[in-house]
Design a binder for this molecule. Structure first.
Ligand code: CTP
Length: 399
């Protein structure tokens, strides 16, 4: 998988720098070409001689070599690499990356990088939990950088907690998974619906639901990350997209979502219907604010269009259609019913009975049923990893 891949390993001043030597060795054993870029403090923790002996390349740490003035071009490094992996990344380096403080070669290389960037933080638990570090990491994620979460355990401070850099073999697994998926969906167009719909009652009120849109947005990032052109039709949510290949179309109501979906679906190779579409809308919209009275209020609701069923009806044989079923009981039976009724190729089932699954959470626990009768159960995972599992299944239809 890594044969011929050009990887920059960025090393910063953390005790976990010793693990970077092992990381370089594993990458090289897998066939990658590794160039180390190190910060001045990184050199205090691991000697460049170890790293140059492993990588068979000079370790770069200065803007130019003192004795002959040879300039180390961070611009060339940015063009050369297929991937940059900063491991370990200290709170200080993360802060500089997030804010463009380019006072060493690692940061200038980071700022010039054309290739995907991975960051494996390593620090004390309180530093990792500090709002400043959290905000910086969030900012880096919003730039499209991928964070390899640290693990929990004994830290250099002898304290126990989250802040240990992920182990080198796990980091290599992430890099391999990334390259495996990188161009899988190039040439494919994927339509995704996400979030809730709001059905207007009067100028200030609506009927809605608790959907956060996180699952649909994670699916959009995953598909775009694999090279697809993504059309994300989003109900009202407080989320941002990161990948430039995602075209976001904001809608409010189920009718608007239906119109946009019908416009785009004929041009798409697949549709993933993740939105929590309101099943009903008020029969009448009141142009004036509804006034309070002492009587009970009856609102007449009429059914909304079923977007998934409509797409199932018009779907061409070469198109893949996937839906979701969020259930509170009879999960399998209900999901199978939806799979068949809406003519889906596969359905992602989650149950509100599983802790950590469903709306407003950062994690999800899913089962995927296919029209061919396959039934796969997945463990509880962060929504971005769940998205990768779902897109793996989608890709399976085209393999
Ligand atoms: N869906 C849709 N349009 C609707 C309702 C649902 O596209 N008007 C899609 C959802 O995005 C999801 C799938 O259909 O992919 C199943 O949605 P769900 O709300 O679970 O199913 P319903 O058919 O609405 O059934 P019920 O609410 O009775 O469980």
């Amino acid at each position: 998988m890594l044969k011929g891949k050009k990887i920059i390993v960025g090393i910063t001043g953390s005790i976990a720098a010793y693990k970077a030597a092992y990381l370089c060795r594993l990458l090289i054993k897998k066939g990658a070409e590794v160039q180390v870029v190190i910060t001045p403090t990184g050199k205090e923790f691991i000697t460049p001689v170890t790293l140059s002996a492993l990588t068979q390349k000079p370790v770069l740490g200065e803007f130019f070599t003192a004795n002959d003035g040879i300039w180390h071009s961070h611009v060339d490094l940015g063009l050369w690499a297929d991937l940059m992996m900063i491991a370990p990344a200290t709170a200080s380096t993360i802060g500089k990356m997030a804010n463009g403080i380019a006072d060493n070669l690692l940061i200038t290389t980071y700022l010039s990088m054309k290739a995907p960037i991975f960051i494996a933080p390593a620090m004390d638990l309180d530093m990792y939990a500090h709002p400043s570090t959290r905000a910086n990491l969030e900012k880096l994620e919003s730039y499209g950088n991928r964070i390899i979460e640290p693990t929990e355990g004994m830290l250099a401070s002898r304290l126990e907690g989250k802040g240990r850099m992920e182990e080198p073999d796990k980091i290599v697994e992430c890099i391999e998974a990334f390259f495996k998926r990188q161009n899988q969906l190039s040439q494919k167009k994927v339509l995704i619906t996400a979030g809730p719909t709001y059905e207007k009652l009067d100028p200030i009120r609506y009927i809605g639901n608790y959907s956060s849109g996180k699952m649909g947005f994670a699916l959009a990032e995953s598909c775009a990350g694999r090279g697809a052109e993504v059309f994300l039709i989003a109900g009202p949510v407080q989320l941002k997209i990161h990948h430039p290949n995602i075209r976001r179309i904001d809608v409010n109501s189920a009718d608007e979502m239906m119109d946009e979906t019908l416009r785009i679906f004929p041009h798409a190779d697949a549709g993933i219907l993740c939105a929590a579409v309101a099943d009903y809308k008020p029969a009448n919209y009141s142009a004036e604010k509804l006034k309070r009275t002492d009587e009970s209020l009856k609102i007449n609701l009429i059914p909304n269009p079923d977007i998934a069923a409509k797409l199932g009806e018009i779907k061409r044989a070469d198109q893949i259609l996937a839906g979701f079923a969020l259930e509170t009981e009879n999960e399998m039976q209900n999901a199978l019913g939806k799979l068949q009724k809406k003519r889906l190729d596969f359905i992602v089932v989650n149950s509100l009975r599983d802790p950590g699954a469903g709306f407003q959470t950062d994690t999800n626990k899913i089962r995927i049923l296919t029209a061919k009768g396959e039934n796969t159960d997945f463990p509880l995972k962060p929504k971005c990893e769940v998205a990768e599992d779902i897109v793996d299944v989608l890709y399976g239809f085209w393999k």
